[in-house]
Design a protein around this ligand. Sequence first.
Ligand code: TLP
Length: 353
Amino acid sequence: MPERVIDLRSDTVTKPTPAMRRAMAEAEVGDDVYGEDPTVNRLEERAAEIMGKEAALFVPSGTMGNTIAVKLHTRHGQEVICEARSHVFNYELAMMAWFAGCVPRPIQAEHGILTWRLIEPHIRPLGPHWAPTGLIVLENTHNMAGGTVYPPDVFREICDRAHALGLRVHLDGARLFNAATFLGCPVHELARGADTVMFCLSKGLGAPVGSLLVGSRDAIAEARLYRKRLGGGMRQAGVLAAAGLIALEQMPARLHEDHRNARLLAQALAEMPGVTIPHPVQTNIVIMDISATGISAPDLSARLKTQGLLINPTGSHQLRLVTHYDVSETDCVRAIEIIRETLRSVRGQVPAA
Ligand code: TLP
């Protein structure tokens, strides 16, 4: 493999910046299980403030944040409405069943964006045969639908109508800052209406570890107990929160660079024979469909790896490219060349489908 590896597998691969490393080394810490870590406390206060909620909880991962949220809002034996390609349904090891005793009610939506019209027919009251709806989970941006963004009015209508029926809404906002960057609005406007929001520091914002769950003071007090049950009481976590504070305060301002690089990739890929881009590229994720190239996504991924380009397959004929802090525009131009050359050499060997 060449020396310089271009890693487009995910924005989770970003390494802490020099400023983050310095802050980590100098962080003031205490035992967070006693609520005595001043840096964690500061991070939680700022997160709540920025998201426009009463309180926040620092958790080790997005998965733990979502898991706790589902548990907070549901009872065993209920259904959780979510989009068919959502992270809570597909990539969290069935935690909603394992921890909260709920089953998903997945609904397919164009580009991953649910609407009230799509959700309403699936809401189930208590009855003799079926599991009642306990919660709606929305994902903004929608990861596997190519980083697509909820129009704020669509999101708010779902929240308002759900609340009118006594239902709660949790927002998986792992990449909510990317959505806010795309829309050019403060992030709290996209959190408004949701009962809880999980967002990640360790994706586009570049922190090494950590996510936050925000919501009402009561919900977060209860969430703290679930975090402890799950083994997420992190003691002197201020070393992580220090990096998180930099991620939160400084990194959102540069996300537009990742979005520009994603558009650059998408435009070039769309011009390659047999390649289509099935979703609008609004943020830092590009889904690439290669059904008409004659090779499979795992095969292409393996060939690209030998050229020093890492891209994960997300299906038999789809791959996902994610731009982030550790890939430059030059890297993206190089990635395009590698993909173009690799597909060209494949076309020489494999008859097109
Ligand atoms: N997503 C990861 C993988 O798990 C797929 C990635 O590389 O994109 N919600 C959303 C929308 C996510 O994309 C992810 C991570 C999570 C939750 C979970 O976050 P972590 O990895 O911190 O548990």
